[in-house]
Design a protein around this ligand. Structure first.
Ligand SMILES: Nc1ncnc2c1ncn2[C@@H]1O[C@H](COP(=O)(O)OP(=O)(O)OP(=O)(O)O)[C@@H](O)[C@H]1O
Length: 263
């Protein structure tokens, strides 16, 4: 049986699924030579939850993400994704894991010589190996409708604005229906209005596809719009956690510094 959004229905009650932990990290450590980058990272990401990570440049946000997708191996601590230990996965298991994890690059990473449609078809035919053209067309239409870009289907990326390219990049990542989305500074380089549109889109896509997301950002408007929960990272550790409103009242100097421009 298929749900409204095309996902296969499971028999689990929605409430049980919602509390399911999709990423579990406990005491995660990672260093390079003498430098300890992740000192003690502990968090649980639940199904359909948006967790925003705030942190100064070089605090270890991207290294955390690279550990989650198995590009880097932690030196210590526990890290499980969908209950499986990432560090113990072989190449094939990592490949399967990465199909379930969407990663939105800063650039959008579109193929410039392909139209929007071809860019969107690519992961369907190459990654999911779908051959049925009617299924492909339906998925392309569905995801483009979701990001509000039906009219751009036959355009080349060079004919689109930066914000539109970002939307296509998001659509291309979402089209394989990843269970986890990792956003690394999704609004960087965009003007405030377009940034806001992308943040709202991230929120809408969470609702539509029920994805769990980690959103790394310095953009406090993006954090305010998208976050169910925010963690603040400093020097390889999470030093604060809470909702936007809770952290806005924090007395911690570092936490305050993120909010100072928005008060
Ligand atoms: N492969 C690597 N080899 C050596 N050092 C690395 C490697 N990857 C990251 N680092 C170092 O780890 C530290 C944290 O990097 P990371 O990219 O996670 O920071 P970040 O919090 O994402 O910063 P930014 O907001 O600037 O992207 C930096 O000092 C970086 O130089």
């Amino acid at each position: 049986m298929k749900t409204e959004d095309g996902n296969t229905n499971t028999k689990k009650p929605a409430s049980a699924k919602k509390d399911e932990v999709v990423i579990h990290a406990k005491g995660l450590k990672k260093g390079f030579g003498e430098k300890e980058v992740l000192k003690n990272i502990t968090f649980d990401l639940k199904r359909s939850e948006n967790m925003v990570v705030l942190g100064r440049s070089g605090s270890g946000k991207s290294v955390t993400i690279q550990c989650i997708v198995g590009m880097l191996k932690p030196d210590g601590g526990d890290l499980t994704v969908f209950g499986e230990n990432v560090a113990g996965m072989n190449d094939n298991e990592l490949k399967q894991l990465r199909i379930k994890i969407g990663f939105l690059f800063q650039s959008g990473a579109l193929y410039d010589s392909m139209t929007v449609r071809e860019n969107l078809e690519f992961p369907l035919t190459r990654v999911l190996k779908i051959k049925d053209q009617a299924d492909i067309d339906q998925r392309v239409e569905d995801v483009l409708d979701g990001v509000g870009l039906m009219d751009a289907v036959d355009k080349l990326p060079s004919d689109l604005s930066g914000g539109m390219r970002k939307r296509v990049g998001l659509a291309r990542t979402l089209i394989v229906k990843p269970e986890i989305m990792l956003y690394d500074e999704p609004t960087t380089g965009l003007d405030p209005i377009t940034s806001r549109e992308i943040s709202e889109l991230i929120l809408n896509m969470q609702k539509k596809y029920k994805t769990s997301s980690i959103i790394i950002t310095h953009d406090m408007e993006c954090a305010r719009i998208t976050a169910d929960r925010i963690v603040v990272m400093e020097d390889g550790e999470y030093i604060a956690e809470g909702s936007y409103k809770e952290l806005q009242k924090s007395d911690n100097k570092i936490v305050k510094s993120f909010f100072s421009e928005t008060i």
